[in-house]
Design a protein around this ligand. Structure first.
Ligand code: SF4
Ligand SMILES: [Zn+2]
Length: 474
């Protein structure tokens, strides 16, 4: 098939024939046996029912633990936590019997503390129902998704296929990327219900119907993590390059039509479909035409530009905030956020500005009122928000008057030793502001916080500061 086949193509491009399925499984499992990283949570397949029941409980505990820890966290960060956790809570029963404070303390430093809470609740549920209770642990994804706290379709698929060796798909970001490339699926994957996502789930389900589904799923994830990476897929060393449709398209593009993408981007020529397809066989999942702006200048970047489909990015909202760092000897004052973006975490008292508020005069007023000095400005990116924080510091001498002002506004919080701030459940933004105000990074081994932005309020204002939020306090 010639190069830019993603325009109009037959739906058979995304099909898994018997031969193709077989060759994908064989090539991938061979590669996995030889090349996969040795990670402590990897489990060799044990057919469901072939071993004592307790063994599957132990496997599911390890799987649930590693999958929970790996959510939004890199493998190298998780490794020491995983080992330490199993020393502290060797079995799911130990975890379920532990007091919540102990569980949260063991999680300290991993971030996203709600994961620890849900893991604890899941352990309690599983012990009550399927260890102390009479019903053996079910192997249907629906049961897990509906009844076990913190378990969604992905974790359910992981537990069922990896712990029990029972067929179930796993589609994480790695698998989504590999399958979209392997089967040249350019359909929308922006939500789980989008057409592209659904097709990928279907294909993952078909592929996992094999002798050792857990082993196969892990090999697919490993390939995505180490070879078929987001920006630089290593196709020449990939065990699936013979089966991969995106790679075939790239080779054909290199062979025949090197300049076609550059021309199309300049509007000089249209990309023509290279296959003639009966209208009733057209794929209805991928868009009928490609947005020329996603096409790369050079064919080398073809695969990563088109697969997987990337939805247009939402515009980022600008947000301005005044942050108050109140200090007392080696302590700072933090409040627990009850709502908003950082709900459940501790943070410095923060005032979000509305669009019509004049930042400069507001800052002057706060400085006067709280007898504070401006430490500087930090910039922090949330998914759709770019927040600029203007950090005011009130030293020990003036902390009391600053606190009095807070009390009048019904804000409550607590004093925390600076070196313990990273360990009590705070955001990276809080740590960034802490560093700016105190010059300290605390005792945490968390990555260095990004650098604060230098410059006066006027400089920052020039960067078109907008916010649609109203003031929360002061
Ligand atoms: S050949 Fe390239 S694009 Fe295809 S699966 Fe392998 S690494 Fe990914
Ligand atoms: Zn298609």
């Amino acid at each position: 098939m010639a190069g830019p086949a993603t325009l109009r193509h037959s739906s058979s491009l995304h099909a898994l024939t018997l031969d193709k399925t077989r060759s994908i499984r064989t090539a991938l499992l061979d590669w996995y046996a030889k090349e996969a990283r040795q990670l402590p949570w990897r489990l060799p397949p044990v057919a469901f029912g072939a071993a004592p029941y307790e063994q599957y409980i132990d496997r599911l505990y390890r799987c649930l633990l590693s999958e929970t820890m790996l959510q939004q966290t890199q493998v190298k960060t998780v490794l020491p936590f995983y080992e330490k956790w199993l020393k502290k809570f060797p079995t799911i029963v130990d975890l379920s019997n532990a007091p919540e404070e102990e569980v949260m303390a063991a999680w300290a430093g991993l971030g996203y503390y709600s994961r620890a809470k849900r893991l604890h609740q899941a352990a309690k549920h599983l012990v009550k129902e399927h260890i102390d209770g009479e019903v053996k642990v079910p192997t249907e994804p629906e049961y897990w998704i509906k009844n076990v706290p913190g378990v969604g379709p992905y974790t359910a698929g992981a537990i069922i296929s990896i712990s029990f060796d029972v067929s179930a798909p796993i589609v994480d970001g790695n698998v989504q990327r590999v399958l979209s490339r392997l089967l040249a699926i350019h359909g929308d994957t922006s939500t789980p219900k989008s057409q592209g996502s659904r097709l990928i789930w279907e294909r993952a389900t078909e592929l996992a119907k094999c002798e050792h589904p857990g082993e196969f799923n892990q090999s697919l994830m490993e390939l995505g993590a180490t070879v078929c990476t987001p920006v630089a897929p290593n196709c020449t060393r990939c065990p699936l390059n013979k089966q991969c449709e995106a790679f075939k398209q790239l080779l054909s593009l290199k062979r025949e039509r090197k300049d076609v993408f550059a021309k199309a981007r300049n509007g000089k020529s249209a990309i023509q479909p290279s296959v003639s397809v009966e209208i009733e066989n057209f794929c209805t999942v991928c868009p009928g035409s490609i947005d020329a702006s996603v096409l790369p200048e050079k064919p080398e970047a073809y695969i990563q530009s088109l697969y997987p489909f990337k939805p247009a990015k939402k515009a980022q909202r600008e947000e301005n905030a005044i942050v108050l760092v109140i200090m007392r000897k080696h302590e700072v004052y933090l409040e627990k956020k009850e709502k908003g973006l950082l709900a459940g975490l501790y943070d410095f008292p923060t005032q979000l500005l509305s669009t019509d508020e004049d930042l400069e005069s507001l800052l002057d007023e706060r400085k006067r009122l709280l007898r504070a000095t401006l430490s500087g400005t930090t910039m922090h990116l949330f998914t759709h928000i770019r927040r600029t924080s203007h950090v005011l510091k009130s030293d020990e001498k003036h902390a009391i008057s600053a606190l009095d002002d807070l009390k009048r506004k019904n804000i409550t919080g607590k004093w925390v030793a600076i070196d313990q701030v990273p360990d009590i459940g705070v955001s990276e933004l809080c740590l960034k502001n802490l560093r700016l105000a105190t010059g300290s990074e605390g005792s945490s081994k968390r990555k260095a916080f990004s650098k604060p932005i230098k410059g006066s309020v006027k400089d920052v204002k020039k960067r078109k500061m907008l916010s649609d939020r109203t003031s929360e306090f002061f």
